[in-house]
Unconditional design. Sequence first.
Length: 209
Amino acid sequence: MRIVRPVVRSFTRPHVKRASAWVRAGGHAVVWIASRKARLVFPKPRVGDEHDLGWWSVLDLGKSEYLLPETGTFAGLGMLVVPHDCYTIVRDRAARDSIHEGPTRAIDLDCLECGACCRANRVELEPQDLERFAQAGRSELARPPYARRDNGSVVLVLRRDRNCKHLHDDNKCGIYPIRPDACSTFPAGSECCLSSREEELGILDGAIP
Ligand code: SF4
Ligand code: SF4
């Protein structure tokens, strides 16, 4: 599938208008108000769209809320105060994307060939997943050895090699038609997808050129 993803660019305070134009053209901006004060600015997420890449950039920084300024240079855009422990992450995103000229970039991804996010990932099962397993006659998928309790949640078990127990050698998911919502809604082209591909497959820019 072809995904158009935002290109991340860093801006300093004197260049906030350029940052705003960059985001209004589809990119994401890391705006450095001071050397230890940064904002992530992104197009306003589409409510109800589980695959919105701006929303996933927020989640990927460990947050679930963001600002929507009504006035000023960034009016109408999404904005997040970048946590101090995420400075390296946003700097790395901007460094990765510094080779791209425009605010967006089209990449081709094939989840069935990739499987990177099925490795070393924590997949929590939700009540609707348990219901789906039961309806398919696979209630055992919610119990050991396939799932375990962790901090009050039920999570899929990983194998010793840190791959999901359901991931086959050919990268295919063994329970694909009834896979958990966390898997079916995992957004291709998001920062979490790109970092999975970088860590597991050594592909730095999201897609093979
Ligand atoms: S890492 Fe991205 S491309 Fe790979 S399977 Fe997951 S969502 Fe698809
Ligand atoms: S259940 Fe399937 S899609 Fe989800 S992590 Fe495991 S192998 Fe991947």
